[in-house]
Design a protein around this ligand. Structure first.
Ligand SMILES: Cc1cc2nc3c(=O)[nH]c(=O)nc-3n(C[C@H](O)[C@H](O)[C@H](O)COP(=O)(O)OP(=O)(O)OC[C@H]3O[C@@H](n4cnc5c(N)ncnc54)[C@H](O)[C@@H]3O)c2cc1C
Ligand SMILES: *[C@@H]1O[C@H](CO)[C@@H](O)[C@H](O)[C@H]1NC(C)=O
Ligand SMILES: *[C@@H]1O[C@H](CO)[C@@H](O)[C@H](O)[C@H]1NC(C)=O
Length: 555
């Protein structure tokens, strides 16, 4: 085993040099390679195509990664069938071209459509967005390019009494969302989205299209939460649908900041992760400029889904969380799919399914997100320190979002999927800051880092856990070509995202993608990556085909 790993290290090292050495002439070869099958043409956009910019922009969600200085792909491949994805992967591999994969484009660091320092091709899954529902066994196959809303919409048309525990915001792509675990309004009743995935179709590092049987349980485990862009390109996922009542209740409650607000947020921490598992109550504290006289406005917003009728949730709230003062007029009863459209409408109406299909984002500014998990309630004193920072001078709009786990989440072991944050992590925290201008970047980025450091004593420790779908390159990263300088270094962020599962993810990666074809600034490294890569290059080796296929040998 050790010898094989050493051998692998060497071979992979050669390959890294091969890859970094081979850019330039290979781009044309790549383009010829992907377009050489006339019977099965692949749609390709290059910067000279008139549609290039609109195709690239379609799912860009953070203007920090869309400026004139942002590196752009030398080609965008828009597969409309799985074989096109295979073609893209095989040609990229054969010509040493760097790949980025994008489904819904919501990656907080833009990793799905930006690579620095190397030319790259974007495989854009947007056209692979079909959803097919099987009402006999209550499952659905959904392609990665579908949005969460497209999935919900189809479930609304074709099932009754079934839903899926997907994300809150319907614009998010199925591909990235499921790759990172995925929580939503039914997380307390049904767990993470990946807990409800039963099969998948993946294009692997050899360009093969594999399903659960042919990929094996290791890879099937890794793709359900190990983070996007590391193990292959998931073309489609088979979901187990979950029963939902015919009438559900959504409610929101907004309170302008007053002397009771800290108490309300504190009490939320005690109640929300413990309450009836049919009830999800998210809490959001927002501070923004009020417009008038440059003052600051702050408030608490609770948003909720209850799998039952309004009358019942009002009585549950009266008994457990009377401070909210929930009233009938705060509640909207609807069927499940309409309730999923409620956040999409900006919490205006829970009656219009069409909001689910709208791909224009509610907001599209410059933003930064970081995440934590609280293992115990944050004290009122510590909360006050957050509010102080929320009113810092020159900072635009900030939000603290608290997500309750508990309920069904307590039933999973930390190793069932790569997503380890279960019973020990009852509260998921996100910090968002948004602003308008390029010159605001450094000030706002600094601000989030300071807040994040401030929170260290009050949140999970060793590791300070983070959510991989709230991608944050500040917590550690590979270099721009997706290669960590050491295994230990990758472990710094790896442990935060995956806990002890990180090690198994590295093993799976080493087995299925030893040459690190699928890589980015926070991709899981293969074992060979513990070799320090230096920039010097006296090794000649220019074609990946010449290297022996060690898959199967490695484990
Ligand atoms: C407005 C907003 C709301 C959000 N709400 C929620 C929420 O309610 N719950 C939650 O859990 N998260 C939420 N998130 C986070 C979200 O889950 C992640 O950003 C997720 O990765 C986005 O998936 P995507 O397909 O849109 O992103 P992309 O940017 O397309 O992809 C994200 C990552 O996955 C990789 N990837 C994409 N497609 C594939 C594929 N087919 N195969 C393999 N790798 C792939 C990409 O290369 C990239 O590394 C939200 C984010 C935003 C911006
Ligand atoms: C794409 O977005 C960039 C940056 O936001 C903008 O400059 C460009 O005009 C957009 N292209 C199209 C076709 O909308
Ligand atoms: C704060 O809470 C107390 C007790 O519940 C209540 O009497 C008081 O009116 C509240 N203050 C505000 C400003 O809402």
């Amino acid at each position: 085993m050790d010898n094989i790993i050493n051998y692998l290290n060497l071979v992979t090292l050669l390959l890294f040099f091969a890859i970094s050495d081979s850019f330039g002439g290979n781009l044309d070869d790549f383009l010829r390679c992907v377009s050489n099958d006339d019977s099965n043409p692949i749609l390709i956009n290059t910067p000279s195509s008139s549609t290039y910019s609109s195709v690239l922009n379609f799912t860009v969600r953070n203007l920090r990664f869309s400026g004139p200085d942002t590196p752009k792909p030398f080609a965008i491949i828009n597969p409309s069938q799985a074989s096109h994805v295979q073609g893209g992967v095989i040609c990229a591999k054969n010509h040493g071209v760097h790949i980025r994969v994008r489904s819904g484009g919501h990656d907080f660091e833009g990793l799905s459509y930006v690579a620095h320092g190397v030319p790259f091709v974007l495989i854009d899954m947007a056209k692979l967005n079909s959803v097919s529902v099987d009402t006999d066994d209550n499952t659905a196959w959904v392609e990665s390019g579908a949005s969460m809303g497209e999935l919900y919409y189809k479930l609304g048309l074709e099932t009754s009494g079934f839903g899926f525990p997907g994300g809150v915001q319907p614009n998010v792509g199925v591909g990235g969302f499921l790759s990172g675990g995925g929580y939503g309004l039914m997380v307390r009743k049904y767990g993470l989205a990946v807990d409800n995935v039963v099969d998948a179709q993946v294009v692997d590092a050899n360009g093969r299209l594999v399903d659960r049987d042919s990929m094996g349980e290791d890879l099937f485990w890794a793709i359900r939460g190990g983070g996007g862009g590391s193990f292959g390109i998931v073309v489609a996922w088979k979901l187990k649908l979950v029963p939902v009542p015919s009438i559900v209740t959504s409610f929101t409650a907004f309170r302008i900041w007053d002397q009771n607000s800290t108490n309300l947020v504190h009490k939320w921490q005690l109640v929300a992760p413990e309450i009836d598992e049919r009830l999800f109550i998210g809490a959001m504290v927002t501070a923004a400029n009020s417009g008038e006289g440059g003052g600051r406005i702050m408030g608490v917003f609770l948003y909720s889904l209850f799998l039952g009728r309004a009358e019942e949730v009002i009585s549950i709230m009266e008994n457990n969380f009377p401070e909210v003062g929930l009233r009938m007029e705060d509640c909207v009863e609807s069927n499940w799919v309409e309730s999923m459209a409620y956040p999409a409408s900006g919490f205006v109406t829970a009656k219009d399914m069409n909001f689910l299909l709208d791909r224009t984002p509610l907001t599209n500014g410059r933003y930064k997100t970081k995440s934590d998990y609280a293992t115990e309630p944050i004290s009122q004193t510590a909360l006050h320190g957050i509010w102080e920072r929320f009113n810092a001078k020159g900072i635009q709009t900030v939000q603290l979002v608290l997500i309750p786990y508990g309920g069904k989440m307590n039933k999973f072991s930390e190793t069932d999927t790569p997503s380890p944050h279960r019973a020990r992590y009852p509260i998921k925290i996100a910090y968002y800051v948004t602003w308008d201008t390029l010159e605001g970047d450094s000030r706002h980025l600094e601000w989030t880092r300071e807040l994040y450091d401030y929170m260290t004593p009050f949140v999970s420790k060793s590791p300070k856990a983070a959510y991989v779908n709230y991608r944050d390159l500040d917590i550690g990263r590979n270099n721009e070509e997706g290669i960590p300088t050491s295994y230990e270094e990758a472990g710094v962020w790896g442990l935060k995202y995956f806990g002890d599962n990180f090690e198994r993810l590295v093993e799976v990666k080493t087995k299925v993608d030893p040459y690190n074809l699928f890589r980015h600034e926070q991709s899981i490294p293969p074992v060979a990556a513990q070799v320090k890569i230096s920039s010097g290059n006296d090794v000649a080796c220019d074609k990946m085909e010449y290297l022996p296929n060690l898959i199967g040998l490695a484990m």
